[in-house]
Design a protein around this ligand. Sequence first.
Ligand code: HEM
Ligand SMILES: *[C@@H]1O[C@H](CO)[C@@H](O)[C@H](O)[C@H]1NC(C)=O
Ligand SMILES: *[C@@H]1O[C@H](CO)[C@@H](O)[C@H](O)[C@H]1NC(C)=O
Ligand SMILES: *[C@@H]1O[C@H](CO)[C@@H](O)[C@H](O)[C@H]1NC(C)=O
Length: 714
Amino acid sequence: MESKNFLVVILLVLTQFTEPVKSQGPTNNSIAAAVSDAAREVSARRSGGLVQAQRAASGQSGPQGMAAPPAASPVDTPVSIHARFFSRREAPDFVEAVGFAGDLVTTATANFAERNGGALPDSAEFRRQLVPYCPMRSPVCNPNDLYRTANGSCNNLRNPLWGASFTTQARFLPPAYGDEFNLGSIPRRKSITGVPLPSPRDISNALFNTGTSPPRSKRFSIALTHFGQFIDHDFVSTPILRDDDQDIDCCNGNTPVIRPECFSFSTPPGDFKTTCMPFVRSDFGVEPGCIPGPRNQINQRTSFLDLSVAYGNTLDGQKDLRENGTGRLLEGLNRILPDGPPGTECLNGETCFKSGDNRPAEVPMLTVIHIIFLREHNNIVERLRSLGYSDGEQLYQEAKKILTGVYQHIIYTEYLPVILGDEGMDIFGLRSTPSGFNTQYNPSVNAATRNSFGAAAYRFGHSLVGSLVESYNEDFTPRDKEPMEDHFFSTRLIRNFDDKFGPDAISRWMTTQFKSKSDRFLTPAVRNRLFQTMPKNGFDLSALNIQRGRDHGIPAYNRWRQFCGLHAAQHFGTNYNGLTDHDSLSAKALKSVYRSPDDIDLFAGGLTEKIAPGALVGPTFRCLIGFQFMLFKTGDRFFYENNFYPTRFSAAQLQQIKKQTLSALYCRTMDVNTMPESSFDTPLAGKERKPCNTFPGLDLKPWANIYNSYKGNK
Ligand code: HEM
Ligand SMILES: *[C@@H]1O[C@H](CO)[C@@H](O)[C@H](O)[C@H]1NC(C)=O
Ligand SMILES: *[C@@H]1O[C@H](CO)[C@@H](O)[C@H](O)[C@H]1NC(C)=O
Ligand SMILES: *[C@@H]1O[C@H](CO)[C@@H](O)[C@H](O)[C@H]1NC(C)=O
């Protein structure tokens, strides 16, 4: 990729795409009509939403509160387990208000466009009409606040809601939906030739199927896969639409249910019990001020790499995870995650966990990463206490700030170099400096998680997922194993301490065994048996990814090639002007399902590319992932390398942070005596294990005096 081309692209996209068409004509009464007609229509669709939206719009309620646990315990089905992935734990009323307003905005915009030859309504008048329903209010920020807010607001002082939880996912490129005015009521669903796009399952069968378990990496460990997943749960969580409190089942046997929330697709006879794979569309929200425009999906998480995955993304959510007054996070027995309400974030009949994100039990290896960060937070709190700190709030905030710094350091110095390679790191300026401050903050950068990144590019990680959950003994010999598909949203293996599993024994395996290779193949555990409760009733995760991209109006692969300064494929060959970043087998597979190279879905085209030199992804995903992590760095006022008084680390503190590695964290939090230098490099590839006492400790002496300035600031 030409980095010069790229800079031009960067400048272009720093402007937000919110209005796809210029508004035209004078203010017109018909805006009022469009809005009031839409209010009637959307109230019928989302019965509870109107009240919530009006309450939020009048300032009576904000993003607060926790979801009540479900009354009766229903029977688990793949649909109910899938819905658990998208649950609304924090601020459920606010999500409802935001969803209502989002639906109102797009519906009113469509009404107006229909009645006015495709014109968009005048923005100022439209916003005036939306005032009674518009829930997003910019908080007043204090630039001297020492710490991040719970919900990510006020990170950017001029645009306080940039990157905040419950705002919409931003876009690199305008959406490509299927309805007349490209507003999103209909997903992207047609080939440029006019016929329907191929079924996501047919695409998956042609591209992502190895028949058996895909090959293993020859170098990297399972820890890489699930540390990557933990990061994903830090920056994005897209809720799906609901019918009041009910999960929506979008298939009736073999028959797709027809309603606006559903976008089910057909699967070939024999693949699954039925030929209909249920799919519920994502919920969508509003821009602050409720300007007219297309459907943009909600992000329930803060976009920033701020460990909201561990701490929560609202004040109430944070409180729910804290001990009272001690600065510590709640722990369960054996220092695992604390118990959550039954039937919420795990299978029925089990005792669930709770954490900052609603998916901690999605797979046991992810729970292990959660536990590492939970334990280390409390370790840091106790060591600060022994330095003289005593105020619970300060203990909490300072330990959180330290751990978030360590986390960011691991991402930018250990994780991203593996995913993007040296070239990718350099193109996007992602390297941390070995020592000292390195302020790259740019207040005009919006760090918000981009739609194409969350719905497609960062899902590359699904190829790294293996087929088993295993445990190893203290001497790193195998102890036990279980099929992974039996443990989605299960807490059993983590709680099974005395016997065979438990987080420590699983973590020994995670840092030893090779992960599944980064290629176009997915393990049958997620490609055929995701969330299955009986044979052949599961999901295909890669098919969901493709359909999710269409649901979100993600433009086709070729558009992203151009966005990245790469050329678009004009034919399915791998020679000049064709699929030059694909090998011939992948290109043939693409040709077997798509009518035109312009139809290729981003997830399908990106995952099948040959990997870029030294990276784990091809050039297109490398570009989208690199770009997003550049925004996460340059758009985060609290980024750990920044030198801004009073939020920065001191030089001596930063020096300590920059010595840390994920292996050092494993050593301090898990029952292991040795670790490879990098926890992502397995010893099976020849990397020696080193005794834990040779890894740098986290020396907190540079924090000894900070509590004085905190008191002054308070
Ligand atoms: C066993 C491991 C994993 C399982 C079972 C899993 C499962 C899922 C499921 C069910 C979804 C929602 C699919 C949909 O309906 O759109 C999803 C979304 C996603 N996955 Fe995974 N995943 C796993 C690992 C990973 C890894 C390793 C990564 C990245 C390194 C990743 C990145 C993502 C992202 C970015 C999303 C979008 C989330 C959102 O917008 O809410 N996943 N995954
Ligand atoms: C304004 O409203 C009238 C109907 O009251 C409609 O005929 C006309 O097309 C609208 N014009 C614009 C620019 O919105
Ligand atoms: C975020 O948190 C702040 C306080 O930290 C609060 O004022 C605001 O209402 C919250 N929500 C949003 C969307 O900003
Ligand atoms: C903390 O205190 C509040 C009331 O002061 C109480 O409602 C809550 O349950 C307590 N939390 C814990 C974890 O003890």
